[in-house]
Design a protein around this ligand. Structure first.
Ligand code: PHE
Length: 452
């Protein structure tokens, strides 16, 4: 065991494992990214590809990460060092640190919008079903460089503060407890949304596929979403696996996380798209979709203003759970590899994120015309992580499990040394992780990035 690494206490219960993993997975990906991408990529066909990618790519990568982490009882870099000493596999872990950092650079901005909307919702000024009014309220926020930066800093101080004061365990526990409430509220909003006159069209958009719209580019985006959603491809789930108990059923846990995560995304879609069509919003609005549509749904609900405040608070809490798992990656890296104290590591991560993140925060204002590879910094960080770094990371994780670690090890780990009666599932998983997932990721990456 590495000198600085604390012995791993392990999660107390099977439910604790499930909740912790869900705390990382469920976040702005469900309520912000999923609807926004579904809207810009044509609806149901995209949703279908996303679900397929989750089953055939996201889930196998998650199972692989959990198995590797529990075996090695370490973070991603150390895990590869332990299981493949003297090789370069640990670089997968390093790529994961970069991915976590770049995701945080734009995620903190979106979280900043959510925090700002709590205040706006309390003020009451955004409650309207008029697309012009809600769009203008959102545009005011994101095109103002001062507000954009301040809200990102609020989020950064909030997350770094939680870690600095050593209360992340407590906060994570709270975020997990409140996730069911977010789920419930989404159900309520969903019911309101589908019962709006004209809302049925939104359900058609969401569930009746039209494959003529589908391009390789949107298939790549759907696959990227599957990685981003489950927090896989960057080794975070290796660290989570390292805390799993020996009797935890890994494939079953991962499958439950996946199902719950997809359910929350679909619910968010059901809450948003019927309202989009009922009120004449543009489904292709992109990143603004959540922020301009949700106020419209609430304004047509009794007690809507209170529910809206609650909604954005719960969204902020879900985002916090995801951000704690992201922020922890560079902090642990600096702490364990660069021998910084945790406090210094947190402050350094904070400062670097404030610096790099500001380019994302200003992407709709002062730096709107500053583009690399044709994208603003916000879009670039988002695109490069979900559609390149995470898939490449996931590809290597599956290749490692399938071709280097090998079936006997995988079987021992996933059947809990033969105690679980799930060998058929494990064998199916192994075949998929060894062949199907890598081939799919490669084909989608090469076509989606236009390299084929
Ligand atoms: N899965 C999180 C979400 O949907 C984002 C995330 C990605 C968190 C990668 C950790 C690692 O919001």
């Amino acid at each position: 065991m590495e000198n600085n690494v604390k012995p791993r206490a392990g999660f107390g219960t099977a439910i604790g494992v499930l909740a912790a993993t869900l705390g990382s997975a469920i976040g702005l990906g469900n309520i912000w990214k999923f609807p926004s991408l579904t809207g810009t990529n044509g609806g149901a066909a995209f949703v279908l590809v996303y679900i397929l990618a989750t089953l055939l790519i996201g889930l196998p990568v998650m199972i692989s990460e959990h198995a590797l982490g529990r075996k090695a009882k370490a973070d991603a870099i150390t895990t590869f060092r332990k299981l493949a000493p003297g090789s370069a596999w640990w670089l997968v872990g390093v790529a994961g640190v970069l991915a976590a950092f770049l995701i945080m650079a734009f995620y903190t901005e979106v979280a900043g919008w959510v925090f700002a909307y709590i205040v706006k919702a309390i003020g009451g000024g955004i409650l309207s079903t008029d697309p012009e009014v809600t769009s203008a309220a959102f545009a005011n926020l994101i095109t103002d460089p001062t507000q954009s930066l301040i809200w990102q800093w609020v989020v950064l101080v909030w997350v770094a503060g939680i870690i600095l004061f050593g209360v992340s365990k407590g906060i994570e526990r709270m975020t997990k407890r409140l996730l069911p409430l977010l789920f419930l509220l989404l159900v309520v909003v969903g019911i309101r949304s589908i019962t709006l006159p004209g809302g049925g069209e939104g359900l058609t958009f969401l569930f009746k596929p039209d494959f003529s719209q589908l391009t390789w580019q949107s298939v790549l985006i759907a696959m990227g979403l599957a990685f981003f959603k489950l927090s896989v491809g960057m080794g975070t789930m290796i660290t989570y696996g390292s805390y799993f108990r020996e009797d935890q059923n890994i494939p079953a846990t991962a499958a439950r996380v996946m199902l719950a995560d997809v359910a929350v995304s679909l619910l968010a879609g059901i809450a948003i798209f019927p309202a989009v069509f009922a009120y004449g919003f543009e489904p292709t609005a992109g990143p603004s979709l959540l922020f301009i549509t949700i106020p419209a749904v609430f304004s047509s609900m009794p007690g809507g203003s209170i529910f809206m405040v609650l909604f954005f608070i719960l969204a902020a809490i879900a985002a916090t759970g995801a951000m704690l798992s992201l922020f922890e990656v560079p902090v642990a890296f600096l702490n364990e590899r660069c021998k910084m104290s945790r406090k210094t590591a947190t402050l350094v991560t904070f400062a670097l994120l404030a610096l790099v993140g500001s380019t994302a925060a200003l992407s709709n204002s002062s730096m709107a015309n500053f583009k690399l590879l044709g994208k603003t910094m916000f879009d670039l960080f988002d695109y490069a992580t979900s559609n390149v770094l995470l898939p490449v990371g996931g590809l290597f994780i599956c290749l490692f499990v399938g071709w280097r670690w090998g079936y006997p090890q995988v079987k021992a780990e996933l059947t809990n040394g033969g105690k679980l009666n799930n060998e058929r599932i494990v064998r199916a998983f192994f075949g998929i992780a060894k062949i199907v997932t890598p081939v799919l990721v490669l084909v989608v990456l090469l076509n989606g990035l236009g390299l084929f």
